[in-house]
Design a protein around this ligand. Structure first.
Ligand code: TUI
Length: 315
């Protein structure tokens, strides 16, 4: 086990959480991450309750280790999927895209660990008072729905503002990112993008290859005008979307254009007309590897990175 409060809290070997990516983070990916010593997380996204229950049951059959479910608070099924995770007694719940406040008492009562994603100091402070176990401070380098502050600026400000453990997310994909996060005061990291390009990830091969081909400037942020900014790979869809957005299109028109597009990219492999949500570190992801190899590589390179940093302070 790693000497991190997070490892004790979640009963995991390495302080590495897998991002709960809608459509991408299935039971297969989550179980692979948990089996490799991290915390795998099923992404509930917009899943109906029965589909989520089936994923949870599958994950339980694939791993005996703790795993989590990410609940996307903008989902129309949020109340029903909350009931499913309560009934299935999922050990860890992460939340995204909103304030989970009203759901926290019921989750705490059955002993689930609750770890919301936050993009601001204000929400981190408010949620600490409700008894959450940790927060994930997610910078705007991340893929998908994002906030406005970078990981480098957000993490230390949240670390200074609260007492519970902080997990850094956004722009982390290798040992250098992990060491940087720990230097900022985080107790662990959440990684999404790097796990998309893994053998166990069930996303369409076209999606993985779009990430492999991406460079550091390949993503754009759509939806700023609707109040729901989303980072995705630039393609036919984003060119059309951003043109409409610049022309002052109504939020409803833009939401309609985006509807169903993540599924089209992840499941059908339509990476030109679909929504390829991915973080800015896509540019350093070069090859598809098994999850265990990704985690082993990250963990095994940490001492080398620490030594390189330490060398700066030695005369
Ligand atoms: O949730 C995410 N990333 C996501 S969710 C998602 S699903 C989707 N599908 C289609 C269109 C749009 C989204 C894809 N990616 N990350 C966690 C996250 N949460 N990032 C930012 C936030 C956040 C933002 C505002 C959390 C709380 C918040 O506070 C609102 C409030 O009420 O204070």
């Amino acid at each position: 086990m790693f000497n991190s409060k997070l490892c004790q809290l979640l009963n995991i070997k390495y302080p590495i959480l897998q991002g709960g990516m809608a459509w991408v983070a299935t039971a297969e990916l989550a179980a692979a991450v948990s089996n490799a010593g991290g915390l795998g997380v099923i992404g509930a996204g917009h899943m109906p309750p029965d589909a989520l229950r089936a994923e949870i049951v599958k994950a339980k059959s694939l791993t005996s280790k703790p795993f989590g479910v990410n609940i996307m608070l903008m989902s129309p099924f949020v109340k029903e999927v909350m009931n499913v995770v309560l009934e299935e007694r999922v050990p860890v719940i992460t939340t995204g895209a909103g304030n989970p406040g009203e759901y926290i008492p019921a989750l705490k009562e059955i002993g689930s660990k609750v770890i919301p994603v936050v993009a601001s100091v204000a929400l981190a402070k408010r949620l600490e008072r409700t008894g959450v176990d940790a927060v994930i401070a997610e910078g705007m380098e991340s893929g998908g729905h994002i906030g406005e502050v970078t990981t480098m600026a957000l993490v230390p400000q949240i670390v200074d503002a609260i007492q519970i453990p902080v997990i850094a997310a956004g722009g982390i994909g290798d040992a250098r990112g992990v060491v940087a996060a720990l230097a900022l005061g985080a107790q662990g990291v959440q990684i999404g993008t790097r796990f998309v390009v893994s053998t166990e990830c069930t996303a369409h091969e076209n999606y993985k290859q779009a990430v492999v081909k991406a460079k550091e400037r390949s993503t754009v942020v759509t939806g700023v005008s609707t109040g729901h900014p989303v980072r995705v790979i630039s393609n036919k869809l984003t060119r059309e979307y951003l043109e409409l957005e610049r022309g002052g299109a109504l939020p409803e028109e833009l939401e309609n254009l985006g509807a169903g597009k993540l599924r089209a990219a992840v499941r059908d492999g339509d990476v030109e007309r679909g929504s390829v949500m991915i973080g800015q570190i896509a540019g350093m992801v070069r090859e598809v590897k098994p999850v265990a190899a990704i985690i082993d590589e990250i963990v095994s390179e940490i001492p080398k990175v620490v030594a390189a940093v330490q060398a700066f302070t030695q005369a």
